[in-house]
Design a protein around this ligand. Structure first.
Ligand code: AMP
Length: 297
């Protein structure tokens, strides 16, 4: 069924979004689009969409002829004590948001379809998966890399867009694509924030009103460190101390890590030369939040 969508005053012909659950159907659709030389962008998500996800979708739409969004809450990237079962989900709302953006396909496979009982293969991006979030979440990036590789094989996109909010994830995916000669271009999208600076995240829904107020300390501490860096502070010790002391002003925030590292290898560095990644993870009662900032001359 065809319809019209109005962008400003101009009606634009569109095909309604299809929701695909079966791997074979997804694969066949992509093959048909590829045969017609159409470029496909994939935006992998876990749903409960917000403006950050939608910015990635718009980015994909601007770069390609077709956009596929996947929604899959991937059990393999959650630890046994993590929030897999309680992770926020609202498929009906997600569908409405994606339709508004003119997405072509919502790929929404079941856990059984993605992980048949007999599967034995994983992807481990070794060193990049160890520091930062990998230290507190063993196996997390193995789960991420494996599911993203599977999504690439199923959807066969020409490109995929990932958010820089999950900076380590973006580096892990870039490394996997290079190491395994995958023919997918990876684009990073800048962090999308609330007006007060808090990075958008599906897990922000876990914050109590009081914690929501306190959570601005993540971006505020990173901004302050960036200001110090711009004024000439390059010592890792000084910058990390500054961020920690800003976070510690908020009694509701429990620091998991604050790190200064190399922008590609993610190894700790002691002094910023041209660029460095300042990354942190903070736990509120139920919400584990991450944020980062690249300090660059
Ligand atoms: P998630 O649904 O949390 O797995 O996120 C799906 C994609 O959206 C990932 O590539 C995230 O990095 C990206 N993303 C999530 N939040 C933001 C944000 N605030 N700004 C930019 N990208 C984001």
């Amino acid at each position: 069924m065809l319809g019209f969508r109005h962008y400003s005053n101009t009606p634009v012909l569109f095909l309604p979004m299809q929701i695909v659950e079966q791997i074979v159907e997804m694969h066949d659709w992509s093959e048909a689009e590829r045969r017609q030389s159409r470029r496909i962008a994939l935006i992998p998500t876990m749903g409960f969409l917000h403006e950050g996800h939608l910015c990635l979708v718009r980015d994909g739409k601007a770069r390609c002829d077709r956009v596929v969004v996947s929604i899959f809450v991937n059990p393999r990237q959650f630890g046994p004590k993590e929030d897999f079962t309680t992770y926020p989900r609202d498929l009906a709302r997600d569908v409405r948001l994606l339709e508004k953006e003119g997405v072509d396909i919502l790929f929404h496979p079941s856990v059984e379809a993605i992980y048949p009982a007999r599967a034995q293969t994983h992807i481990e991006v070794e060193n990049l998966s160890l520091p930062l979030c990998g230290a507190a979440r063993p196996g997390h990036f193995r789960g991420v890399a494996t599911v993203v590789a599977k999504l690439f094989n199923i959807v066969r996109p020409h490109m995929a867009v990932f958010g820089e909010k999950d900076y380590q994830q973006l580096q892990v995916i870039r490394r996997m694509v290079r190491d395994l000669n995958m023919e997918v271009e990876i684009a990073g999208h800048p962090i999308v924030r609330e007006a007060d600076g808090l990075a958008l995240s599906s897990r922000n829904a876990y914050l109590t009103p009081q914690e929501r107020g306190a959570a601005v300390c993540l971006s505020r501490s990173l901004c302050k460190a960036d200001r110090w860096f711009r004024r000439g502070e390059t010592s890792g010790r000084a910058l990390l101390c500054l961020v920690r002391s800003e976070l510690e002003k908020e009694p509701l925030a429990k620091i998991e890590y604050v790190k200064l590292c190399h922008v590609e290898t993610l190894e700790d560095i002691e002094k910023v030369d041209d660029a460095a990644l300042l990354a942190l993870a903070v736990q509120f009662s139920k919400a584990r939040l991450i944020d980062n900032r690249v300090l660059r001359r």
